[in-house]
Design a protein around this ligand. Structure first.
Ligand code: NAD
Length: 355
């Protein structure tokens, strides 16, 4: 009994704060806001608010190439704050509530449910929206069970209403993530990074173009792992070798994306690997097939020697089979051809990112 009341007292001493936001997507302004807020409390609950229909519409109005799901948005926060244990991420589903600012009553009820379910009592709300301060007070204070979920001296604190520290909004990021790259936290960058693959047969200049593009865009690239594998192992590759190669190739691609600056250049992808596998072993490799089905390259540039080789014919069949769109750049031994291919490639990529 005594111990319980001691625990209760200790619990009362702990100060909990909360922040609400769409974080669609998380940007450095949010990160700074959250880090300032957490320094004023013991625990900070960062609540990601989602509404499928609204979020799809915001995506349609945006220039984002793919839509971050609710789970992606939660993960952006979890990863960014993974070394700050007192920042805890919650999810609030807003579906069915009239949209902001017309649904304060229903929205406050959802907040109440969430806090009760997680046994959380809040002392401080942090926001940088001045128009919300009074609404939080008015709506939360009238809730049932208010004493269980809010301190009766509930504070509402703003830290940077004018966004002086980082002049950025999620609307701006959605308008063009690539123009606002400097405001995107590193774990979120990985989501938006574009994957460009250079494909074609041997001696078409793929590796050389990969290095040139990585330099031009000041970014990372993924090496062709099959080449490395052949250097270190036997020159005749079997089915099992391709199982290993595809996993290593995938790791190369993941690492390259992690270190990328807006785009990452891949010296080969899974269809090229499958083509080699078909030629070397006579059959499609099942492991590579899985990667092909899950792959999502944004741009594929095919340097085509147009020599009707077995490799090119096979690669083209696979591109057709999996319905993959690609740009063809003809290769020939003319003096300026390498520069033509280089210029065309930079143009394709810049057009895609909207420069
Ligand atoms: P947001 O992700 O845009 O912002 C989250 C917080 O970060 C806000 O306090 C904002 O002021 C702050 N912030 C943003 N950019 C900043 C910067 N550069 N520097 C410093 N601080 C910055 O989220 P939001 O749109 O404010 O999210 C509020 C959520 O609450 C929405 O999902 C909304 O639907 C919901 N809500 C709904 C109702 C309703 O009536 N249905 C009522 C209240 C709240």
């Amino acid at each position: 009994m005594e111990r319980n009341s001691e625990e209760m007292k200790n619990k009362e001493k702990i100060k909990n704060g909360i922040v609400f936001g769409k974080f669609y997507p998380l940007h450095i302004g949010h990160v700074d806001f959250i880090q300032k807020a957490v320094g004023m409390v013991d625990n900070l609950y960062v609540t990601v608010c989602t509404d499928k229909e609204r979020d799809i519409n915001l995506f349609k109005e945006s220039k984002m190439k793919k839509m971050p799901t609710a789970q992606d948005r939660i993960k952006f926060l979890e990863q960014t704050f993974k070394y700050q244990d007192n920042i805890k991420i919650l999810h609030l589903n807003e579906e069915g509530i009239p949209s902001y600012p017309n649904g304060w009553k229903g929205w406050s009820d959802r907040v109440r449910e969430l806090l009760l379910k997680n046994n959380i009592k809040i002392d401080t709300i942090f926001t940088n929206e001045t128009q919300d301060v009074e609404n939080y007070r008015k709506n939360f204070i009238n809730l049932n069970d208010v004493k269980e979920i809010f301190n009766n001296e509930l504070e509402i604190i703003t830290t940077d209403i004018a966004r002086n520290n980082f002049r950025i909004s999620a609307t701006e990021i959605r308008r063009n993530p690539y123009e606002n790259w400097i405001f995107i936290p590193k774990y979120v960058r990985r989501f938006f990074a574009l994957k460009v693959a250079i494909i074609g047969s041997e001696n078409a200049g793929k590796t050389n173009l990969t290095h040139k593009l990585a330099n031009y865009f000041n970014t990372s690239f993924a090496r062709e792992h099959r080449k490395e594998f052949i250097k270190n192992h036997s020159k005749i590759l079997g089915y099992e070798d391709y199982n290993q190669i595809v996993h290593k190739q995938n790791q190369e691609i993941i690492n390259s994306v992690k270190n990328s600056n807006k785009i990452s250049i891949m010296d080969t992808e899974y269809l090229t690997l499958q083509t080699y596998s078909l030629i070397d072993t006579g059959k499609e490799n099942k492991e590579i097939q899985k990667f092909i089905k899950n792959s999502n390259f944004d741009i594929i540039i095919y340097i085509d020697k147009n020599n009707n080789s077995r490799f090119d014919n096979q690669l083209k069949k696979l591109l057709e089979k999996y319905n993959i769109k690609y740009f063809i750049l003809p290769f020939n031994k003319k003096k300026n051809n390498f520069t033509e291919v280089y210029n065309k490639s930079t143009e394709i990529i810049e057009n895609y990112i909207g420069k």
